[in-house]
Design a protein around this ligand. Structure first.
Ligand code: FAD
Length: 285
C-alpha cells in the first residue's frame, strides 16, 4: 500500500512537448491550465535538436508563460544549431521576459553527424549562454543517474556533469529512472565532487507499457525486471497498467522526497491525469 504523505510545499514542475497540429496545441494548453492549478514552480517545453521545432517551441513557451501564467523555460539544444541561431533565440527569449532555460546538447535525427553545429556539448552551450547573457537566465542542465547511453563510463559522465555545473548551470533535471538508489548515489558523488546545485528527479508517469519500453531503451533508463514483468502481464488492460503505474510512481516520488530530493519534475507527455493522480496521492487528497 502507498503511504500517503503531506508534501504540499514541495516544488514541482511540468514538461511538455510542442505539438504539430492546432487541435493538439489546444489540448496541450488545456492540460497546462489544469496542471497550473497545482502551483508549479515552472513549466518547460522541449526543443527538437537541429531546430526542427524552433517556431513551435517558441510560440508554446510564450503562450504558456503569458496566458497560462506559469514561468516557462524553453529547452535549447546546441547540436545542429549555429551560434548565430542560438544567439537569436536567446535574444528573443530575453526580450520576452523568459528567465529560465534548459540547456542541452540534444540528439540529432539519424543521418546528421554529431559535429553539426558550432558547440559540441552541453557544457559549451552553458558557457555560451553565460557569455552572451550573463546572469539573466537560470540554467537547468540534464543529469543521468543511470549514466548517459553514449557515455564512456559512469565516472566520465559524472565528470562531464560536473563540467556543466562549473560552466554555470544553476540546477539540473534528471533523466527518469525507477531505481532511487541510482539517484541518491549520483547526488552523493556529485556532492563529493564539490558541486552543490539542486538535482531534480525527472518523474515519468507509467501509462503505456510498449511506449515506455521503447523510450527507456532509447534514453538508457532501466526498466527493472519486476516492473517489466508486471506491466507485461497486464497486456492490453490499460486501466490496470495506469492504476499500477500510479501506485509505483507515487511510491517512488515518496522515497525521493523522504530522501531529500529538492523538487519533482514531471514528464507529462502532454497529459494531465497521471500527474494529477500522483500529486493527489502525495498530498493525501
Ligand atoms: P551532454 O551533457 O553534452 O552529454 C552528452 C554525452 O557527451 C554524454 O555521454 C557525456 O558524458 C558526454 N560529454 C559531455 N560533455 C563532454 C565533453 N566536454 N567532452 C567529452 N564528452 C562529453 N533532447 C532534445 O533533443 N530536446 C529536448 O528538449 C530534450 N530535453 C531533455 C530534458 C531533460 C531533463 C533530459 C534529461 C534530456 C533531454 N533531452 C532532450 C535529451 C538529451 O538531449 C540527450 O540525452 C542528449 O543525448 C544529451 O544531452 P545532454 O545535454 O545531456 O548532453
Amino acid at each position: 500500500m502507498v503511504k500517503h504523505m503531506k508534501s504540499n510545499r514541495l516544488p514541482i514542475s511540468f514538461e511538455f512537448f510542442p505539438t504539430k497540429t492546432e487541435a493538439g496545441h489546444e489540448k496541450l494548453i488545456n492540460v497546462a491550465r489544469q496542471l497550473a492549478e497545482l502551483g508549479p514552480e515552472f513549466f518547460s517545453c522541449t526543443y527538437g535538436a537541429g531546430g526542427s521545432t524552433r517556431d513551435r517551441t517558441l510560440s508554446t513557451v510564450l503562450q504558456l508563460d503569458s496566458e497560462v501564467k506559469i514561468p516557462t523555460a524553453p529547452h535549447l539544444s546546441c547540436v545542429g544549431d549555429s551560434k548565430a541561431e542560438l544567439r537569436e533565440l536567446l535574444t528573443l527569449y530575453r526580450s520576452k521576459g523568459i528567465r529560465r532555460i534548459v540547456a542541452l546538447r540534444g540528439d540529432l535525427p539519424s543521418g546528421m553527424g554529431l559535429s553539426s553545429g558550432e558547440l559540441r556539448y552541453a557544457n559549451d552551450l552553458v558557457s555560451f549562454i553565460r557569455e552572451e547573457t550573463g546572469d539573466h537566465f537560470h540554467i537547468e542542465v540534464a543529469a543521468y543517474p543511470e549514466t548517459h547511453p553514449q557515455a564512456r563510463s559512469f565516472e566520465h559522465d559524472l565528470m562531464n556533469f560536473v563540467r556543466k555545473a562549473k560552466a554555470g548551470a544553476d540546477s539540473a533535471i534528471t533523466q527518469y529512472f525507477f531505481n532511487t538508489d541510482a539517484y541518491f548515489y549520483f547526488v552523493e558523488r556529485v556532492r563529493k565532487a564539490g558541486v552543490e546545485i539542486p538535482i531534480i528527479p525527472g518523474i515519468m508517469p507509467i501509462t503505456n507499457y510498449s511506449k515506455l519500453a521503447r523510450f527507456s531503451d532509447a534514453c538508457g533508463a532501466e526498466l527493472p525486471r519486476w516492473l517489466r514483468k508486471q506491466l507485461e502481464a497486464y497486456g492490453d488492460d490499460t486501466a490496470s497498467i495506469q492504476a499500477f503505474g500510479e501506485e509505483v510512481m507515487t511510491r517512488l516520488s515518496e522515497q525521493l522526497i523522504e530522501g531529500g530530493a529538492p523538487s519533482l519534475h514531471f514528464y507529462t507527455l502532454n497529459q494531465a491525469e497521471p500527474c494529477l493522480a500522483i500529486w493527489k496521492n502525495l498530498n493525501g487528497i
